[in-house]
Design a protein around this ligand. Structure first.
Ligand SMILES: [Zn+2]
Length: 337
């Protein structure tokens, strides 16, 4: 089968297009014929050597997978050949104390999903959920690591309520844009922060009530449009570089959900600011099967719309990585084997 293989960490040209063997299918695995694979930022940091968890070479990466089940192992019960599926970002064991208490994204035996940059991939059945005929593979492939994580952040971690105000940083990003859409569905007033003015219309179409274009401290603008009160919830997909502005934008009793950390810097805060504000600082994990099933249903109903910037052949994987690493596109880049 055709595969883009990494033999060592490196730049976008580190991929070698090779004829690789179709992977073995273990008893708990499903073999999926890949129809589309999103290029995520985790792919970029796995390729360039920043992300090292379970990374050994040679390696086929690509975690935003959608395709058709070709074959299943003897112990697989949830899926059958012919099923259309999309993937979550990690597979979980289903048995540990976290899996048994609805917290599978912290599963002690979780394994990263990888292998989508190829014609076939074999992964544990836990990694996949089914998708309906009405959902394209290109739209479905990034639902787990994108909208699924946004659903986890907005609904299940920050617990957004009708009538609350939600501030989303990095609002045009892979998790940011679905966070805007989902916070709107949840009945919130949504304030989106972006650095680029030309993306404001896209954010309003996604459901943002207010768009703040800023690359500096935006807390004054947030206070101005919320009668001085600030936002009840912050969904922060950027991390340290916007923390001061975003925390200053948080209302009394506000919840601050950390979803991403794009830069390496630490944050510094006087603990008194946290308790004077009665703030809650929340860490958001990956996506569970139940959350992925829910976003698949929301996407099938047209309530969340993945923004696809470009669909490219797998043979152009180096160019696809250049586009994603350089943030040169608005929306997802998808490769097709
Ligand atoms: Zn587990």
């Amino acid at each position: 089968m055709l595969a883009a293989v990494l033999h060592a960490a490196g730049g976008p040209d580190a991929f070698r297009l090779e004829d690789a063997p179709v992977p073995n299918v273990g008893a708990d695995d499903v073999l999926v014929r890949v129809k589309a694979c999103g290029v995520s930022y985790r792919d970029v940091v796995e390729r360039n050597g920043t992300y090292k968890r379970d990374v050994t070479f040679p390696l086929i990466i690509g975690l935003e997978i959608a395709g058709v089940v070709e074959r299943v192992g003897d112990l697989v019960t949830a899926l059958k050949p012919g099923d259309r599926v999309c993937s979550k970002a990690f597979s979980s064991c289903g048995d540990c104390r976290y899996c048994r208490t609805g917290r599978e994204t912290t599963c002690l035996r979780r394994k990263p999903v990888r292998g989508g940059y190829a014609e076939y991939v074999a992964l544990p059945q836990d990694a996949f959920v089914t998708i309906p005929e009405t959902l394209s593979f290109e739209a479905a492939c990034s639902l787990g690591p994108g909208a699924g994580v946004a659903l986890n952040a907005v609904r299940d971690t920050a617990n957004v309520q009708i009538g609350e105000t939600v501030l989303v940083t990095g609002a045009t990003g892979g998790v940011g844009l679905p966070s805007v859409q989902i916070a709107k569905i949840a009945g919130a007033r949504v304030i989106a922060v972006t650095r680029s003015a030309e993306k404001a219309d896209m954010l309003r179409r996604a459901g943002a009530d207010d768009v703040i274009v800023s690359s500096g401290d935006f807390s004054g603008e947030v206070r101005a449009i919320t009668n001085g009160e600030g936002a009840d919830v912050v969904i922060d997909t950027i991390g340290s570089r916007v923390f001061d502005a975003a925390f200053n934008s948080l209302a009394l009793h506000g919840r601050y959900a950390f979803v991403g950390q794009l830069f390496g810097e630490n944050i510094a805060i006087n603990p008194a600011r946290i308790f004077f504000k009665r703030a809650q600082l929340l860490g958001v994990g990956s996506v569970s099967r139940a959350q992925l099933m829910d976003v698949v249903a929301l996407a099938a109903a047209g309530k969340i719309k993945p923004e696809i910037a470009k669909v490219m052949p797998l043979r152009e994987i180096a160019e696809a990585h250049r586009l994603v690493e350089g943030a040169a596109v608005h929306g997802r880049v998808v490769v097709v084997p």
